[in-house]
Design a protein around this ligand. Structure first.
Ligand code: MLT
Length: 312
């Protein structure tokens, strides 16, 4: 037919909607990141990109599902630092985080905040630490399952204080935040994408941030490194993965679409209002993500084994 370049029957990728799996409950910080990226990629790819949630076991249930999903580019995942800590925490993990996935690119490194229910008496990070020591047998620390960013942060924070408060596990920090706002739990370490607005509107109290520099959207919060806990640093770096073995046609469109999302003015503006920024584009490549993930798996293996923590 008039020498068409490609046969009409050849379907170009993507020819149907794409799903981004978030391996934690709806309404959490990872959801916030994923929905902004999905909205931008929908425009770039010309197909609807939807977000689906599957929480549990610090994200390892969802990521195991991705590892056994056909690599057609229509099912992706957005997850974070928990993808690197899973091997050290979960014996018998059904996948290797580095070799059983295609790596699309890194997205954003979200700072974390030490927060409490609104009614807790302390009014500074130093006073909070004193309060935790005085109430170590009754206080409760929420998290999003062993291996979640919230759990890792609480683990590092409490081990610095040589404290072991009662921990309450949720399927993500969306539900954990509901209980913190409701006053059912006392403490949480969660990402600024989930805590910023609750702090500003007085539904919870913020005490410190876990990054080495203060967060623009919460300038009044000191860093732990400033004084209470010199050298403390953890952030929830997020990235996009896919089942291993994507067709080149899909990868060649997914990587630029993710990079376009990181340059999307709406994504940049929403990230900034929630205390975070997109990574530099040089870090948003398959090669950069793969090597960074491998380094993180090794780093956290040492830290977690030293802390003597297991997820199962
Ligand atoms: C989420 O709920 O988005 C994440 O599970 C938070 C976390 O890992 O702490």
């Amino acid at each position: 037919l008039f020498g068409l370049a490609t046969p009409l029957s050849a379907e170009t990728w993507p020819s149907k909607p794409i799903t981004i799996l978030v391996p934690s409950a709806a309404g959490g910080p990872t959801d916030t990141v994923a929905r902004l990226i999905a909205e931008s990629m929908t425009k770039t790819l010309g197909q609807t990109v939807i977000v689906e949630n599957q929480g549990g076991a610090g994200g390892t249930i969802g990521m195991a599902r991705i590892a056994r999903t056909p690599a057609d580019g229509y099912t992706l995942a957005i997850w974070h630092i928990a993808h690197a800590t899973a091997p050290a925490l979960y014996d018998g993990l059904k996948y290797n985080p580095v070799t059983d996935f295609d790596h699309i690119g890194r997205i954003t490194d979200v700072p974390m905040t030490i927060v409490s229910k609104a009614g807790l008496p302390p009014t500074s990070i130093a006073a909070l630490i004193d309060w935790m020591k005085a109430n170590k047998d009754s206080a409760s620390f929420g998290h999003a399952g062993v291996g979640s960013a919230a759990h890792l942060c609480a683990l590092l924070f409490m081990s610095e204080l040589k404290l072991q408060l009662a921990q309450v596990a949720y399927r993500g920090t969306g539900p954990a935040m509901n209980d913190l706002v409701g006053g059912q739990i006392d403490l949480l370490c969660d990402q600024t994408t989930n805590t910023t607005n609750h702090i500003k509107e007085g539904r919870i109290k913020g005490y410190a941030v876990t990054t080495k520099t203060r967060v623009s959207s919460l300038p009044e919060l000191p860093t732990l490194d400033e004084g209470a806990m010199k050298g403390f640093e953890v952030s929830a770096w997020h990235a996009m993965w896919a089942p291993r073995g994507l067709p080149k046609e899909a990868t060649d469109k997914l990587v630029p679409a993710l990079q376009a999302a990181l340059q999307d003015p709406k994504v940049i503006e929403r990230f900034a209002s929630l205390g975070t920024v997109p990574v530099p584009l040089a870090q948003a490549t398959p090669e950069a993500l793969r090597s960074q993930l491998a380094a993180e798996v090794a780093k956290w293996d040492t830290v977690i084994k030293a802390a003597g923590v297991k997820g199962n």
